[in-house]
Design a protein around this ligand. Structure first.
Ligand SMILES: NC(=O)c1ccc[n+]([C@@H]2O[C@H](COP(=O)([O-])OP(=O)(O)OC[C@H]3O[C@@H](n4cnc5c(N)ncnc54)[C@H](O)[C@@H]3O)[C@@H](O)[C@H]2O)c1
Length: 354
C-alpha cells in the first residue's frame, strides 16, 4: 500500500514508520521536523520536509491511505499559542480530509486522544460516552474528529484512534509523558514525584500503538469509526510505584514523593471495541517499557536525560520565539529599506525605464 504519514518524524511516527516499511508499504512522510529528522537512520521511504498546511492536492497522488499524526501534541504546547493549536490540530485536519476526499483516498487514520474525555474518573468511559474536553488541546482534537466524522461516506472510511498517554523508547524520545518523565526523574534525581496520586490515566506503549495502526491499515474496508487505544488504566500513584519498583530492580535506588496537587484531567477508558473489531492486543508492560528506556538511553546517542530537547513544549516555545524575532528583524529591515528610497519617485522611474 502507498501510505502517507503526516508528522511521521515525531515520537509515535519514529516507531511506526520503520514498522510500515518493514511490512512492505511504500511510505511517504510529510513533517516540518519541529523535533529534527528522527528518521535519519532509515532508508526505503520518502521524506518531505513541509508544513502540511501548505498541502497541494498533487501531494496525494498515488496515495492509498493516510495516517495523520501531525499537530501540536500536548496541553503545554497548545496552551502556549492556542491559535496555532486550533490551526494545526483542527483546521489542518479539515483541510487534509477535504483533499483526501477530492483524491478518492478512502482510508484515513487519525491520532486523536483520550484526553477529550476530560474529567471522568468515576466510571469507565467508552466510545459512546459524551466527550468533555477541558483545555484547548482536547477541544481542538474534538473539532478534528468532527470534521472527519461528518465527512465519512461510502468513499471515505476513516478510523479515529483515541490514544491513551503513550510511553516507551522511540528514536524521537519524549520525556514529557508520564511514564517516561517518572523514569527520567527516578534516574536523574533519585526521586519520583506523584503530583496527584488519585488521578486515573490510561496508558499505551508506543509499539503497541504502532501495531494498532498496522491493524487499521489491514482492516476490511467496512471497519470504520472511533476506537479507544489503551493497554490499561492506572492511578498516578500506581504508575509511580511501578516505575520505582522497576528502577530499583535494575539497581537504581529512588524515592517516591507524594503530593496532592489539583489536576482535573482524570479518566478511565475502555478499549474493548479495538480489541474485538481490530484484534488489538497490547503486549508491553510498564516494567518492560521502562527497562527498554534504561537500556536504549544507555547505549544510544541520546544519553542526556535532562536535555530540554526531549520536552516538546520547550522545543516548540524556543522555535516560536526565534521565529517571532526573525520576523521582527525582517520587518524592521524592510521599514528602514523603504525609507532609504522615499526620496525617489518610484512610479516615474518605472515609467521612464532604464
Ligand atoms: N504521544 C502521546 O502520548 C499522544 C497521546 C494521544 C494522542 N497523541 C497524538 O498523536 C499524534 C502524534 O503524537 P507524537 O507524540 O508523535 O507527537 P510529536 O509532537 O512527537 O510529533 C508530531 C510531529 O508532527 C510534526 N508536525 C506538527 N505540525 C505539523 C505541520 N503543520 N506540518 C507538518 N508536520 C507537523 C512535528 O514536526 C512532529 O514531528 C499527535 O497528533 C498527538 O496529538 C499523542
Amino acid at each position: 500500500m502507498n501510505v502517507l504519514v503526516t508528522g511521521g518524524a515525531g515520537y509515535i511516527g519514529s516507531v511506526l514508520v520503520p514498522m510500515l516499511i518493514q511490512d512492505g508499504h511504500k511510505v511517504t512522510v510529510i513533517d516540518k521536523l519541529t523535533f529534527g529528522n528522527n528518521l535519519k537512520e532509515l532508508s526505503g521511504f520518502t521524506l518531505h520536509e513541509q508544513d502540511v498546511l501548505d498541502i497541494k492536492p498533487d501531494w496525494l497522488d498515488g496515495i492509498d491511505a493516510v495516517i495523520h499524526l501531525a499537530g501540536l501534541s500536548n496541553d503545554p504546547m497548545a496552551n502556549f499559542r492556542p491559535r496555532d493549536n486550533y490551526i494545526n490540530n483542527s483546521a489542518l485536519t479539515g483541510l487534509l480530509v477535504y483533499f483526501c476526499k477530492q483524491k478518492g483516498i478512502k482510508r484515513f487514520i487519525f491520532g486523536s486522544t483520550c484526553s477529550i474525555y476530560g474529567c471522568s474518573s468515576e466510571k469507565m468511559v467508552d466510545e459512546q460516552t459524551a466527550v468533555s474536553p477541558i483545555f484547548p488541546y482536547g477541544l481542538s482534537k474534538v473539532q478534528a474528529e468532527f470534521a472527519i466524522d461528518c465527512s465519512a461516506d461510502e468513499n471515505f472510511k476513516p478510523i479515529i484512534f483515541r490514544q491513551a498517554t503513550v510511553y516507551g523508547w522511540a528514536p524521537r524520545m519524549r520525556f514529557d509523558l508520564v511514564v517516561n518523565t517518572m523514569t527520567k526523574y527516578g534516574v536523574c534525581n533519585k526521586k519520583i514525584t506523584v503530583h496527584n496520586p488519585k488521578l486515573w490515566r490510561p496508558l499505551v506503549h508506543v509499539r503497541d500503538l504502532a501495531n494498532a495502526y498496522r491493524l487499521a491499515l489491514n482492516a476490511p474496508e467496512d471497519v470504520t469509526g472511533t476506537f479507544n487505544i489503551v493497554s490499561d488504566n492506572y492511578t498516578i500513584l500506581e504508575i509511580g510505584r511501578e516505575v520505582r519498583e522497576t528502577l530499583v530492580n535494575n539497581g537504581i535506588d529512588c524515592d517516591l514523593e507524594i503530593l496532592n496537587q489539583e489536576d482535573p484531567r482524570s479518566y478511565r477508558v475502555n478499549s474493548d471495541l479495538a480489541r474485538s473489531v481490530l484484534g488489538y492486543t497490547p503486549k508491553v508492560t510498564i516494567a518492560g517499557g521502562v527497562e527498554e528506556i534504561l537500556q536504549k538511553m544507555g547505549d544510544s546517542l541520546q544519553p542526556q536525560w535532562n536535555n530540554p530537547w526531549f520536552i516538546n513544549a520547550e522545543v516548540y516555545r524556543k522555535k516560536i520565539i526565534a521565529e517571532e524575532k526573525t520576523f521582527e528583524m525582517w520587518k524592521n529591515f524592510l521599514v528602514n529599506f523603504q525609507s532609504e528610497f522615499d526620496h525617489l519617485n518610484v512610479k516615474e522611474w518605472y515609467q521612464e525605464g532604464p
